[in-house]
Design a protein around this ligand. Sequence first.
Ligand code: NAD
Ligand code: 6OH
Length: 499
Amino acid sequence: MRGAQTADRIPEFTPLKSIQNYIDGKFVGGKREFADVNPADGSVIAQVAEAGAELVDAAVEAARKALRGEWGRWGVRERAARLNRVADAIEKRFDCFVAAEVADTGKPIRLASKLDVPRAAANFRAFSDLIKTAGVEAFQTETPEGKSALNYAVRKPLGVVGIITPWNLPLLLLTWKVAPALACGNTVVVKPSEETPATATLLAEAMREAGIPDGVYNVVHGFGPGSAGEFLMKHPDVNAVTFTGESQTGAVIMKTVAASVKPVSFELGGKNAAIVFADCDFESTVNGIRDAVFLNTGQVCLCAERVYVERPIFEKFVKMLKQEAERLRMGSPLEASTEMGPLISAQHREKVLSYYKLAREEGATVVTGGGVPEFGNALDRGFYVQPTIYTGLKETARCVKEEIFGPVCHVAAFDTEEEAVSMANDTKYGLAASVWTNDLKRGHRVAQQMNVGITWVNCWFLRDLRTSFGGVGLSGIGREGGMHSLNFYSELNNICIRL
Ligand code: NAD
Ligand code: 6OH
């Protein structure tokens, strides 16, 4: 939390009553507006200007123009320095970003302060560092005549990158893509989720302050189909597309972009498993699984919705996890002590509650939760649900197979390592897994058998931004993170010189 100590930070947050698009360095309205709702009490925070096709065209044109301007002429050193200045500008506005993210998502202020906003700044610093040291391939090649040639690659930007992001970690996930895209010299048009438009808009001010030229970072607001999302994905002058969101949306976007054959990077949904062995460090494992299930009200793509526990500790584990779930402090996101906020929207709550109902119909035992909490105040108009634990479902149950994206898990017992591995891998998704054991050999062995992009052993969501990040199956296409991001956001031109 570097920003917390920065002397010249901007402490006051004036909520944005009107959230506009940001195109070519200017804030612009749209023909239509939609409401930005605070999930903690259902109140309308702001009106958001929706970008129609014309504004999306203008944003893409501005981004194309910026490629030909000073931004396109800057070398790596200058770009890297500017990315650090964007991080500085985020930290200076630390409290504003936190307040905006909390109001849009309903996430607890302690979470936004600890995770979302520091990670946004860290994303810019990480890719600033990386681009300065990133190498490219070079080969000395023998020619058929026994002479030699030199092959080396140069890294070039893709051009204009279209970025679409979800509502669960809005600024973190947006900057996770914007930072490497800019590090590689691209320009971007971003469409944040319609549920969480504020921080992408605030980021425009940080970009300005950091001296990022007009047109390099553009924001268009709106929805998916028939709105800014679809217009951006369809746009012939967008050179590459990167998307984080639901697997089904990824499928639709893939069809949309297929016509113009663009590179795509997809970070999609998950139905992640946690495997708990009897020899684990019991208390820290219970706490780790509590976080893996309930952090951000279960709305993290990496959250564990399936927990497999070795039979000798099953009863004790379920009892302790229940205690932890019931101890979570639900309440106003603005209270420093609040640990769990609401779900993002009324519609998403309907979805999660429909799974709570389905779980009972499918024969689940409700260990705790399964309903809606009552506060007796304005929070009753918010979109809260109880943290929920089920046992007793068959592995074929829909609640064990489908991503719910709420504060809920199913806990099942297993007898052998093989059985645990096979149950964990029995899914169409493949984003993340976690393994909890004090037997290091087993930790390695089981981790290596997980059909996922990311496996944690005795931890969860412990991030090193240089590592690969992505999923298999329905969980995505490609990898971002570290050099993987730089490779996605740039084209290599291999040059072969006969010597
Ligand atoms: P979503 O797919 O509904 O929406 C994501 C974004 O796509 C939004 O900005 C939305 O407006 C846009 N969109 C929707 N339809 C579109 C279309 N046809 N064309 C263009 N854009 C379109 O996802 P969500 O509900 O915002 O987020 C939750 C989902 O995201 C979960 O499934 C979660 O697992 C996944 N997720 C994955 C990761 C990851 O890194 N793998 C990270 C976060 C969230
Ligand atoms: C999904 O909700 C979380 C994604 C996290 C990241 O992309 C990350 O870089 O930590």
